[in-house]
Design a protein around this ligand. Structure first.
Ligand code: NAP
Length: 287
């Protein structure tokens, strides 16, 4: 068994699914859960995601040998600050936050010497749903988890966190936090912003209902991620500000050129962009 007493802080899709998966794999004894509201804590209890609901963070981490933090990015630093005085020297801590440089910075700022026990991580798995109700045990199977190790992270903590993810079927890789944030800005964070913006722009049209009624195929696929949790995505954009702004500038320049080509009827330019993109998509992306 990997953990005798695992504390999950944030018992929604990411935290809840990890708990269910570890329980199913028989790799955890007792799971203690904490969430911001009593309602969510009760929901997690009712769904069997956690065995015990703690009313405070201090109570949640007491005697835990493992801690998984899965709260929105905006709450990461305050959670680390609140648990720091109450954690043991032997605990293994990790998180599921989508942006890694701010988590690494917060860990150094708040954890003192215990930063050695912290292994920052990001499961590249999810859905557009949130809350305990959306959690399911197979979420991480065959999905990647990126660990962004600190220079001070203790080896045994890394071994334990790797084992935890592998026990739920994930494939673990390691990356530098800045590189992680740039890669994820491109593959996940920017696409979410584009989807939110497109749906928002279309929803303001007077004939929005009619437009959306005829939405099919591509629009349905592309817009699905616009039903993701707004708080989570607000936090991700602000947390990954630099990488997002660099990409948005590049993207805007591309759109301007496409817009000018459409205005001037520049068929060759449009064809060259679309052919280049199709070739890149067809040859370089593997599922
Ligand atoms: P979620 O389903 O909305 O769950 C978030 C949980 O955090 C809820 O239990 C919530 O409790 C709790 N929470 C919120 N603010 C808190 C605070 N200040 N203190 C303690 N608990 C708090 O979100 P999620 O999708 O699991 O995402 C969790 C983390 O994983 C985020 O950092 C996100 O960036 C990352 N992530 C998400 C995905 C994805 O696809 N969803 C994928 C990879 C990583 P209440 O309900 O009581 O507010």
């Amino acid at each position: 068994m990997i953990f005798e007493r695992l504390c999950i802080i944030g018992v929604g899709l990411i935290g809840g699914s990890l708990s269910l998966a570890l329980k199913q794999a028989g790799q955890v004894g007792e799971v203690v859960g904490y969430a911001r509201t009593a309602e969510t804590r009760q929901q997690a209890l009712d769904l069997g995601i956690i065995d015990v609901a703690a009313d405070t963070l201090a109570e949640a981490v007491r005697d835990a040998d493992g801690i998984f933090i899965a709260v929105p990015m905006g709450a990461m630093e305050s959670v680390l600050a609140d648990i720091a005085p109450h954690i043991s020297d032997k605990v293994v801590m990790t998180d599921g936050g989508s942006v890694k440089t701010p988590v690494v910075k917060a860990a150094y700022a708040e954890l003192g010497d215990k930063v050695q026990r912290f292994v920052p991580g990001h499961p590249i798995a999810g859905t557009e749903k949130s809350g305990p109700n959306s959690a399911f045990a197979t979420l991480y199977q065959q999905h990647q988890v990126i660990l962004t190790l600190l220079t001070d992270t203790a080896d045994d903590a890394v071994v334990t966190v790797r084992a935890m993810w592998e026990a739920v079927g994930a494939v673990v890789t390691e990356m530098d936090p800045t590189q992680h944030d740039a890669v994820l800005a491109a593959t996940s964070h920017l696409p979410h912003v584009l989807a939110f913006n497109l749906v928002d722009v279309l929803a303001q049209h007077d004939d929005c209902q009619k437009v959306l009624r005829y939405a099919a195929g591509g629009f349905r696929d592309f817009s699905r991620i616009a039903s993701s949790d707004p708080v989570m995505w607000r936090d991700i954009c602000i947390s990954n500000r630099d990488a997002m702004l660099a990409l948005l500038t590049e993207y805007r320049a591309g759109l301007e050129t496409i817009s000018a080509a459409i205005a001037s009827g520049d068929e060759d330019y449009l064809l060259s962009v679309f052919e280049r993109a199709k070739a890149a998509r067809d040859t370089r992306f593997t599922e």
